[in-house]
Design a binder for this molecule. Sequence first.
Ligand code: HEC
Length: 158
Amino acid sequence: MNQRVNRIVAPVLAIAALAASASAVAQQAPKPEQLIKWRQSAYQVIAWNTGRVKANVDGTFHKDEVVKAANTIAAIANSGLGSLFAPGTETGKGWKETTVKPELFTDPKAGEVAGRFNKEANELARVAALGDVATIKTQLGKLQGTCKACHDDYRKKD
Ligand code: HEC
């Protein structure tokens, strides 16, 4: 490459490198709107599946349905939902305006509540595999207690 060409090419390469690193940064830090959408979607899928378990223990029981639903809840609980509550997502819009309360980001007890949810979700998956309706029903109640505990303190009413 002669010097004249180099003078033209070098800045182009520099800009390309800058653009590449900017997109790498963008990948590491999704926009607040995206994070809020993901967590709203995650909770909707959780609600779908707790509803499925409830329908099975209250109505006709299909163990395979309950296992699928319980495993889905546990997988989402274990996925690291906390990372969807990054700084900058205290307010804002995902699919709709977030209903999170700012306390979730500051109250040290919030982590404990989330931890109880994980524990009860994993326990539900464990007892679902055993297939005893009464045990599953009791465990679903415990899990739903953790939904309510978190919503009471950290979620605004719709
Ligand atoms: C650790 C706290 C926590 C736990 C545990 C929890 N939630 Fe939530 N949930 C939230 C927060 C915070 C929001 C608001 C999300 C937002 O709008 O940004 C929410 C939102 C929701 C929504 C509305 C989603 C939407 O479309 O906006 C549903 C449905 C829901 N939760 C169901 C459940 C169910 C069912 C459980 C238990 C099986 C549960 N949640 C457990 C904190 C929690």
